[in-house]
Design a protein around this ligand. Structure first.
Ligand code: FAD
Ligand code: NAP
Length: 548
């Protein structure tokens, strides 16, 4: 692949060699929502902190993913920090589900309000982090020749920050413009009247399609696996709605903690199988019209395949109703995995876009892409000329950003070799043999199946508590025991194996990247169970950890 995608490959610099250019109590990698809050919390503990961020600004996901249609699919009153009452009260969202520019503006507001930028070094990629036995801390190297020492190193490098380009030959021969949704240019991309191809129909692709369709002369949507795409309930925020949220934020957020995903929906209380067909269809139809979550309508979509089938079939019916061409509708219809087993996509008129004259669905399972060439691409059936290719092919999720850093723990053990058969970690927060190294949303955290911002706040608070404990105990290091790590890794695997999530190939289970070990990267047991476990390991005096 060409520059922008390979540009974020690391140049493993020789951390540990050369002279130290700075000393801090903690280094944080990444200035997305996780890194920003981590900085805030560590500062409050009195630690000196240096944050390294590869991008030119804060916001992480919302800094990089500027593609047309990018938008939050969790209500913005919920997908926002809760740590500061003042921040919560003063910020006003213009829509129920904010679009990318507004979320990025919010991230910038937070950075300014809490004066975070003075400790963030932008446009600096961490390339190596080595644990020093003598120093009992981390020596961190960057692509700007920084070589800093810090007792604690926190990877807030993102679950979805490492781009995954498709492995299709000939890409470097393509003479047109191309962009990955996850590294979208800051300047406007001219799509007007041009022939555009979007490869990938996950959350990013399905958000982009309806918006690009309105601008492009011709749009080809290259679909490998159809997704279940539900309508977005987005609308303008009203002062009344925001007012109720702000007045009751504490109670509402506490209620959200008690749910499986940390998101408050209009939850039903019955099994989908305990109601008549008519009642169920009426409930689904009402939710489809208002955008209220269909998967919250009944209690058992994730535990009972028959119940799940009722929701899946309802969505299939909607696709057949909306899409006028029956052959296109059939190709858009997911049939071979349960609804929700891949992450649900939330759209604004995705299926409707296929009724436009200028939009064509190309089913690349029936008609695989063989190669790119100078003018576009070649499928097994035809040549398709393209001016612009949009790669909506996703990410090397959860472990990708960590794999691009040369991380070495005790006795110089590379994290890559420890994880060669799949990642092992305790609670997605720490790794045995890697003292004082923390990961926010690491493998085995439930964050990806939750309101991620809420999970970030929880993980960061937990990490701050652990750092504080190391200091309070007058110790230098902390790491989880191998036994605790082993048990949690098994718990994560078992929860995945017995769930509906194992019935689809997705980034949750490492299936989207060739050669990646197939393993559940996300704890699917829900945030409530997870939070209880995290609290329990603290309440029992950190018995599962070794303090030195
Ligand atoms: P990120 O935002 O990914 O930030 C990580 C930062 O680390 C990046 O800025 C990156 O440049 C930097 N970094 C990585 N490696 C290095 C390195 N080696 N050196 C220096 N810097 C480095 N979640 C939801 O809950 N609801 C949503 O609606 C939602 N929508 C999403 C939409 C998109 C398009 C994507 C991709 C994800 C979405 N997510 C959503 C998940 C989203 O990633 C999280 O909500 C959240 O923004 C993650 O924050 P973070 O700080 O953990 O990671
Ligand atoms: P994704 O869900 O992994 O989807 C990638 C798409 O690209 C899939 O359709 C995949 O097909 C296809 N693809 C991958 N490699 C391909 C290849 N070589 N040839 C052809 N097609 C290929 O990635 P994403 O859409 O960027 O979303 C990733 C995650 O980010 C989401 O699950 C979500 O957590 C988050 N996100 C959220 C939102 C939101 O709603 N706010 C928006 C965007 C992203 P297969 O399915 O066949 O693999």
């Amino acid at each position: 692949m060409t520059d922008a995608v390979t540009a974020d490959r690391i140049d493993p610099s020789p951390a540990g060699k050369g002279s130290i250019t700075g000393t801090f109590d903690a280094v944080v990698v990444g200035a997305g929502f996780a890194g920003m809050y981590m900085l805030y919390r560590l500062r409050a503990l009195g630690l000196s902190v240096r944050v390294f961020e590869a991008g030119a600004g804060v916001g992480g996901t919302w800094f990089w993913n500027r593609y047309p249609g990018a938008r939050c699919d969790v209500e913005s009153m919920q997908y926002s920090y809760s740590f500061s009452r003042e921040l919560e009260q003063e910020w006003n969202w213009s829509e129920l589900y904010a679009a990318q520019p507004e979320i990025l503006a919010y991230a910038n507001h937070v950075a300014d309000r809490f004066d975070l930028r003075r400790d963030i070094q932008f446009e600096t990629r961490v390339t190596a982090a080595h644990y020093g036995e003598t120093e009992q801390g981390w020596i961190v190297g960057t692509d700007r020749d920084d070589l800093v020492y810090a007792r604690f190193c926190i990877m807030a490098s993102g679950q979805l920050s490492s781009l995954h380009p498709p492995e299709i030959p000939g890409f470097d021969q393509f003479q047109g413009d191309w962009h990955h949704t996850g590294a979208w240019p800051h300047d406007p991309v001219d799509l007007k009247g041009r022939s555009v191809g979007i490869i990938g129909t996950g959350s990013s692709g399905t958000q982009a399609v309806p918006v690009v369709a309105k601008e492009a002369g011709r749009l080809y949507v290259f679909q490998r696996t159809p997704n279940y795409v539900l309508p977005s309930p987005n609308k303008a925020m009203t002062p009344e709605y925001a007012g109720v949220w702000k007045a009751h934020a504490d109670v509402l957020r506490r209620k959200a903690h008690e749910t499986r995903t940390g998101i408050l929906y209009n939850f039903g209380t019955k099994s989908a199988l305990d109601v008549s067909d008519d009642e169920r269809t009426a409930e689904f139809s009402n939710r489809w019209k208002t955008g209220s979550s269909i998967l919250a309508a009944y209690t058992d979509f994730f535990t009972n395949i028959d119940a799940n089938g009722k929701a899946a079939e309802f969505v299939r019916d909607q696709i057949r109703t909306i899409v006028k061409d029956p052959a296109t509708a059939a190709r858009l219809t997911p049939t071979d995995y349960p609804i929700g087993a891949k992450r649900i996509c939330i759209d604004s008129h995705y299926y409707q876009a296929f009724n436009r004259e200028n939009v064509e669905l190309v089913d690349i399972k029936a008609e695989p892409i063989e190669r790119f060439d100078a003018r576009g691409l070649q499928t097994t059936r035809r040549a398709i000329a393209l001016d612009v290719i949009i790669l909506a092919t996703g990410f090397d999720a959860v472990t990708g950003a960590l794999a691009r850093i040369d991380i070495r723990g005790r006795e110089g053990q590379p994290l890559a070799s420890k994880w060669q058969d799949g990642p092992t970690a305790f609670l997605g927060l720490m790794i045995s043999g890697f003292p004082n190294l923390f990961t926010v949303n690491g493998p085995g955290s439930p964050a990806a199946l939750s309101n991620v911002l809420m999970s970030i706040e929880h993980h960061v608070d937990w990490i701050a508590g652990c750092v504080q404990t190391v200091r309070a105990r007058n110790c230098s290091t902390v790491e989880p025991s191998q036994a605790a790590e082993y048990d949690w890794t098994n718990t994560v695997a078992e929860a995945g194996r017995t769930s509906l999530f194992q019935k689809a190939a997705s980034w949750f289970n490492g299936a989207n990247v060739a050669g990646k070990p197939k393993q559940f990267l996300v704890y699917v047991g829900g945030i409530k169970a997870y939070r209880e476990k995290c609290s329990a390991v603290v309440a029992n005096g950190y018995r599962d950890f070794i303090f030195e």
